[in-house]
Design a protein around this ligand. Structure first.
Ligand SMILES: [Fe+2]
Length: 435
């Protein structure tokens, strides 16, 4: 922890930070614990959320059997949409309202866990869809109370959704991703079993791994909590409270693990050590960004994913165009960190070094270029497309991309430098191609 980063509290700014996370169980085979844990939380009738691909894999059956063996009644929902939408959330909520579970288990990547959060919310506190959606897109109203218990079991080493109170979806009417952020949405428990990652296609490990990497980088470089306005009441302190000494710990270790294991885990599905360490890095970065918040690469990614026209990446379902979340994030990252480096050159250089860059002789003025160079090197090593042109965008898309990103103020205000419309346009332009 670099204490000097937090030494001076800005006028009217916060002087404390809060640490929250789900209860976490991590280890090979721990999915078998789900039945006992669900029963201990008082569940009797469980809604098990997954998707059609996962439902054919052995660990889905392992979870279902564990729940049944614990004497629980199980209803299954596998119609989760990869990269969910407001419509797919409502479909899932309708299922939950009719099935009347007293608890939820989600088994899958971020799409499954996020859909389960949404279904739990709208089945428990029915409302017009935009009621709880982040302002200014939605009304940003607080969730009225606690939700039903939810055990999240991630199967990708990526989103961190199992430990955060955030759910993300495509709002079809504006063709952009947005979300709902509330402590009430955070899963009660996370069961993180690295065995789940062994069947993942390398493209999924690459995109989700780079999402993790960006969670850690964005949280570490976010506007520090002592430079953010103090909340009107302590209980209103946001989850995205900015960089803080607690989240720094997880970011540092997650970045070190990414530097050591990302390429290994992508290129060799049999490298169990690497895939397990990527899962641990995802957990650490998830806890970190759940308490600090991400910023511009994610805010821009919601436009990149939402405006997709015809890009269909291998390793993912082919029936509709898609820019995977982690890919949409990392494509913006080199451009953003070149721009943000002057806010805290030491932090940008530290991050580059943890990722494996040689920073000997680098000056503060080199920080952005050193970090961007390391990110580009990693992107190429795991076969990420060359910038936004690689997923189908061109100069003529800069205006709609900017308009799609600008409403993501919850994220953009967490950036360490101002993110105006002209700045966003310039960053998207620089992100068009990198090599
Ligand atoms: Fe992410």
């Amino acid at each position: 922890m670099r204490c000097c980063h937090y030494d001076h509290v800005g006028e009217g700014c916060d002087s404390a930070f809060t640490v929250d996370t789900s209860r976490i169980t991590f280890g090979r085979g721990c999915l078998a614990e789900v039945g006992d844990r669900a029963r201990a939380l008082g569940m009797k009738r469980v809604a098990l959320f997954s998707d059609e691909r996962l439902a054919r894999l052995p660990y889905f059956e392992k979870v279902r059997q564990s729940l049944s063996a614990a004497g629980l009644d199980v209803v299954v929902y596998t119609d989760v949409h990869v990269e969910p939408t407001d419509q797919s959330f409502l479909d899932a909520a309708r299922f939950a309202s009719e099935a009347r579970p007293d608890g939820y288990v989600s088994l899958g990547g971020g799409s499954v866990i996020d859909t389960c959060k949404g279904a739990n919310l709208y089945a428990t506190y029915p409302a017009d869809f935009l009621t709880y959606v982040n302002a200014p897109v939605g009304a940003g109203r607080p969730v009225p109370g606690p939700l039903k218990p939810h055990i999240a079991c991630p199967t990708t080493s990526g989103t961190g959704s199992e430990v955060t109170g955030i759910t993300i979806f495509d709002l079809l009417s504006i063709q952009a991703k947005t979300g709902i952020a509330s402590l009430a949405l955070r899963p009660t428990e996370a069961l993180i079993d690295p065995d789940c990652t062994e069947s993942l296609p390398s493209e999924v490990v690459a995109a989700s791994g780079l999402d993790v990497l960006s969670h850690a980088l964005e949280s570490y470089t976010a506007r520090p909590y002592v430079r953010r306005p103090a909340p009107a009441r302590p209980s209103l302190r946001p989850m995205s409270q900015g960089a803080n000494p607690w989240s720094d710990l997880g970011c540092r270790e997650a970045l070190r693990l990414m530097g050591e294991y990302l390429v290994r885990g992508v290129t060799d599905a049999q490298d169990h050590e690497a895939r397990e360490q990527l899962m641990w890095a995802a957990t650490l970065a998830g806890i970190a960004f759940g308490n600090a918040g991400v910023h511009a690469p994610h805010g821009m990614a919601y436009a990149v994913a939402g405006l997709v026209r015809d890009f269909r990446p291998s390793g993912y379902p082919q029936h509709e165009p898609l820019v995977p979340h982690g890919m949409a994030v990392i494509l913006n990252a080199p451009a953003v960190f070149r721009y943000t480096a002057e806010s805290s050159p030491d932090r940008h250089l530290e991050a580059a070094e943890w990722l494996g860059a040689d920073v000997r002789g680098a000056t503060p003025g080199d920080a952005g270029e050193v970090l961007a160079g390391k990110l580009i090197h990693l992107m190429r090593a795991v076969s990420i497309p060359n910038g936004l042109t690689g997923v189908g965008y061109s100069e003529s898309d800069l205006a709609p991309l900017t308009e799609g990103a600008f409403p993501q103020q919850r994220l953009l205000q967490n950036a360490p430098r101002e993110m105006t419309r002209p700045v966003l346009t310039q960053l998207f332009r620089q992100a068009l191609s990198y090599w």
